[in-house]
Design a binder for this molecule. Structure first.
Ligand code: ATP
Ligand code: MG
Length: 308
């Protein structure tokens, strides 16, 4: 089996007394799109910055491309497409100047591909970075991360600031990178983004890794709130005994319920009546965390992250 592209072992970072990340161990294999999911302040950026050796861990170690993240940091970074959480270095340069500057540092930039990325993301390359909206700045950040088709992409909240159309374009870029054999580590606090993109996901909360799961296993356990609006009220009882469907409430023509796992049964039943609208509410990350604490049982409640 090939060596993992990223490996961290008992990685810990304290900022003074303040918790950053605690005792993280996981690895990312070649060709994976690995999601790193957690709410604000969970420790996603800290993990990424430690892996890239932009900050030093308090304890533990990281390896990238099988090499020591600290000893070989510079060379490792040259071979990574990195999108930082905030791209703030180049305020008085335009987008294109920023990209040219970065292309000189990194090898293998294909300018036809830069142009293509610029067009696909509808990036404004001629305005000063400082004058760009956060979404348009993010596009420059994405272009520089992808522009030399690096074997490893590390993207910190890549969809932040992107409108839905641009998010779709970004999803396509990741899909293409995957087909191209590139590996990606993608942090996000948005479950649907991770679900859409990743094979596996690490879930982080309050600095600790709650779980590392195959995406299908994660999806199978997620409780979704769904609202279906019908042209006329359907019979409520038809929806009550469907597989995975809970807490069915019918108010006039609107059916609200919670669904675990596959939506198939519910959708097929709904399709027997005239559907006007379907609204799916993004699951709350706290609900996902609860699932893990529940499945770990009493032991986890006693010795788990809440009581550390
Ligand atoms: N430079 C710093 N000095 C002190 N504490 C810090 C510093 N950077 C991060 N922290 C703390 O470390 C913890 C993890 O922060 P981090 O930025 O890694 O979270 P995150 O998951 O990236 O959050 P977000 O989704 O908001 O980007 C937080 O409690 C934060 O307050
Ligand atoms: Mg962050």
């Amino acid at each position: 089996m090939s060596e993992p592209l990223i490996e961290v072992e008992e990685l810990t970072k304290y900022y003074g007394k303040h918790r950053g990340i605690i005792d993280l161990s996981f690895s990312v294999s070649e060709g994976e799109v690995f999601g790193y999911l957690g709410p604000n302040g969970a420790g996603k950026t800290t993990t990424i910055r430690t892996i890239l050796d932009l900050i030093r861990p308090t304890d533990g170690k990281a390896w990238v491309f099988g090499r020591d993240a600290h000893l070989d940091g510079e060379e490792i970074r040259e071979n990574i497409g990195y999108l930082p959480g905030e791209l703030s270095l180049f305020d008085d340069m335009t987008g294109v100047e920023t990209l040219k500057y970065l292309a000189n540092i990194r090898s293998g930039v294909d300018w036809d591909f830069v142009d293509e990325l610029g067009e696909r993301l509808q990036a404004d390359l001629d305005q000063d970075m400082a004058e760009l909206s956060s979404g348009n700045k993010q596009k420059i950040g994405l272009i520089q991360a992808f522009m030399n088709r690096p074997s490893l992409l590390i993207l910190d909240e890549p969809t932040s600031g992107l409108d839905p159309l641009m998010q779709q374009e970004f999803f396509k870029l990741i899909e293409e990178a995957r087909k191209n054999g590139q590996t990606a580590f993608v942090s996000s606090h948005i479950l649907p983004v991770v679900e859409r993109l990743c094979n596996r996901v690490g879930i982080i909360r309050e600095g600790k890794l709650v779980a590392v799961e195959e995406i299908d296993d994660l999806k199978a356990g997620v409780l979704r709130s769904l609202e279906i609006h019908f042209a006329g009220a359907p019979p409520r009882e038809r929806f009550e005994n469907l597989l995975g469907v809970e807490e069915v409430v019918l108010e006039e023509n609107r059916l609200r319920c919670k669904v675990v796992g596959e939506l198939d049964d519910l959708v097929k039943e709904a399709a027997r009546y005239e559907v006007v609208n379907v609204i799916s509410h993004e699951p709350n990350l706290e609900e996902i965390f609860l699932k893990y604490y529940e499945s770990e049982g009493q032991e986890a409640m006693e010795g788990g992250p809440n009581n550390a």
